[in-house]
Design a protein. Structure first.
Length: 340
């Protein structure tokens, strides 16, 4: 069961849940406070709040329906994915090829790996799931060499533009959602202060539900932002840089060895046997020294590529902080006006 296969069911569940909530909000009635003089004495005290109880029960049924939609959806794909413990245990598929949307969002697909490690006494590298084809060395090298001849930063941006766009989107959403729970809390407190005695409680429950949903969306957004930063963009940039480094290193070694062989062949016509042996040994020593220097250069450049890829994890902080300041100052101005 892949992410693509679960997408239609997820859309149906989300649309159904949203429609139920919107229908509840639309059907919400506005109540006017009734003074005690207008109420007859033969009305029981409990009957006075019958409409409020009815609205609370209706809201509870709505929340229950939404929870059942979500529960049935996740339970369905959780049971289907139990087969992965046996059929997917060898590392033959990437996780994103058989996990559901909920597994992808909540990272519960990692529990299969933890389960295998817990059950097995020994764990080999070949038992790990493969990387997706787009993040394997050959694919990364082919995507990175398309912009060869340009600046390094430009090549990284062009080759990873889709990942950077998603990371930028999640960063902006997370920076905005940081204040969403506080907005719902402020609305809830205002509702408590201005609600009539016999007024409806439905709007207050909606504010509480909004706080819960905003907190959940915030944590999911931050988790996805870190996933695309540390697990996708980091791997992609490091793989591209390392493949480019080793490609250039191999070309340099091959070209140097061919030059050494050409010089050795030319020396056969001008030197005697003893001098030729000494010359060949010197050329081989020079080739070994050059191979060693190429290896040192490759190691140093690999360290630099690791540092560049680590920077890709933290670059969104330069965008996240200003957005949070702008949104926070705006809401503070709405509360305090010029006093802020």
């Amino acid at each position: 069961m892949s992410i693509v296969c679960t997408l239609p069911q997820a859309i149906v569940a989300v649309v159904s849940s949203i429609s139920i909530i919107l229908q509840t909000i639309k059907n919400r009635k506005k109540y006017i406070e009734i003074s005690s003089d207008e109420i007859s004495d033969d009305i029981v005290d409990d009957a006075r709040f019958s409409t409020v109880k009815r609205d609370v029960a209706k809201l509870g049924i709505t929340i229950l329906q939404t929870g059942l939609y979500i529960f049935l959806f996740f339970w369905k794909f959780r049971n289907e994915n139990k087969l992965n413990f046996d059929t997917i245990s060898p590392g033959i598929l990437a996780i994103c090829w058989y996990c559901s949307i909920w597994d992808f969002i909540s990272f519960s697909s990692v529990s299969k790996l933890i389960y295998k490690i817990y059950k097995q006494k020994t764990f080999e590298d070949d038992e790990l799931d493969l990387l997706p084809f787009a993040y394997q060395a050959r694919s990364l090298y082919n995507a990175f060499k398309k912009t060869r001849g340009s600046k390094l930063l430009y090549r990284i941006l062009v080759a990873n533009k889709r990942i950077l766009a998603l990371q930028l989107l999640f960063t902006m959403i997370a920076a905005t959602l940081y204040y969403a729970p506080m907005i719902f809390l402020y609305r809830f407190l205002s509702f408590i202060q201005t609600r009539p005695e016999n007024g409806s409680l439905e709007l207050g429950f909606l504010y509480i539900l909004g706080m819960l949903i905003s907190y959940v969306l915030l944590h999911f957004t931050v988790a996805q932002n870190w996933y695309w930063a540390s697990s996708v963009l980091n791997v992609s940039v490091m793989g591209m840089l390392n493949s480019e480094i080793y490609s250039k290193s191999l070309k340099r070694i091959v070209s140097h060895v061919s030059n050494v062989k050409d010089e050795s062949n030319k020396s056969d016509d001008n030197l005697d046997a003893a001098d030729d042996d000494n010359k060949s040994e010197d050329n081989l020593d020079a080739a070994d020294d050059d191979n060693t220097s190429v290896g040192k250069i490759s190691n140093l450049m690999s360290i630099d590529s690791s540092r560049i890829s680590d920077f890709c994890v933290w670059w969104t902080s330069a965008l996240d902080s200003p957005i949070e300041l702008i949104v926070g100052i705006y809401f503070l101005y709405q509360l305090l006006a010029y006093e802020c």
